[in-house]
Structures are given as structure tokens and as C-alpha cells.
Design a binder for this molecule. Structure first.
Ligand SMILES: [Zn+2]
Length: 105
């Protein structure tokens, strides 16, 4: 399962390469076929804001609700790590690649 490059429309990106392209905030990665830069679309940014919002809500809730600070810090670290992992998996398998808004230089 490969992802299509928005420039040459060839399926040149593996899921891992696509995830490493980053979001539209970054510069992106060059396509292995045509060498032009690609980034993950806005959907990726929406998804990561949602997951980090949930991770934050969980962290606040756990911090306030749990007596045991060791367990609560483990759960907080886990939820933050989990949101990063979810974003990475989302970029690997969902969403589309698009042209970056920033130009090459
Ligand atoms: Zn290409």
C-alpha cells in the first residue's frame, strides 16, 4: 500500500515515508520519483489537534483525580506518548499528501 505523490501522481511514498513528511507547518520531504516536496494535508493537523487535546484532558483529569502521583505521572506520560503514536499512525495510513504551501526556498 503506497501513497500517491501530488506532483507526479505516482504511488511513490511508503506509509513510513509519508509519516516522515510531516505537516503543512514543515517543509516536507522530496518525492522519490520526481524530487518535489510533499507534506501531509490539513486533515493531519486537525487529527493531531484532536488527539493532543484529548491527551491534555486526560492528563488534567488524572492529575486531579488520582492520589498516587507516581501512577498519575505514568498515565500522563502514556497519554502524551499515545497521542504522538496515533498521529504517526494516522499519517502513515490515512490522509493525503499535498504540495507544501511554502516554496522550496
Ligand atoms: Zn512525485
Amino acid at each position: 500500500m503506497k501513497h500517491e505523490c501530488p506532483h507526479c501522481h505516482e504511488k511513490t511514498f511508503t506509509p513510513l515515508q509519508k509519516a516522515l513528511c510531516g505537516s503543512m507547518r514543515g517543509r516536507g520531504k522530496p518525492c522519490p520519483g520526481c524530487g518535489r516536496r510533499c507534506v501531509n494535508s490539513m486533515t493531519s493537523i486537525y487529527f493531531s489537534s484532536a488527539t493532543s487535546g484529548i491527551a491534555l484532558a486526560v492528563s488534567v483529569f488524572v492529575y486531579l483525580a488520582m492520589e498516587n502521583k507516581l501512577y498519575s505521572s505514568i498515565i500522563i506520560a502514556g497519554s502524551i506518548l499515545g497521542s504522538f503514536l496515533l498521529n504517526f499512525l494516522f499519517d502513515m495510513f490515512f490522509g493525503k499528501l499535498v504540495e507544501p504551501i511554502r516554496t522550496m526556498q
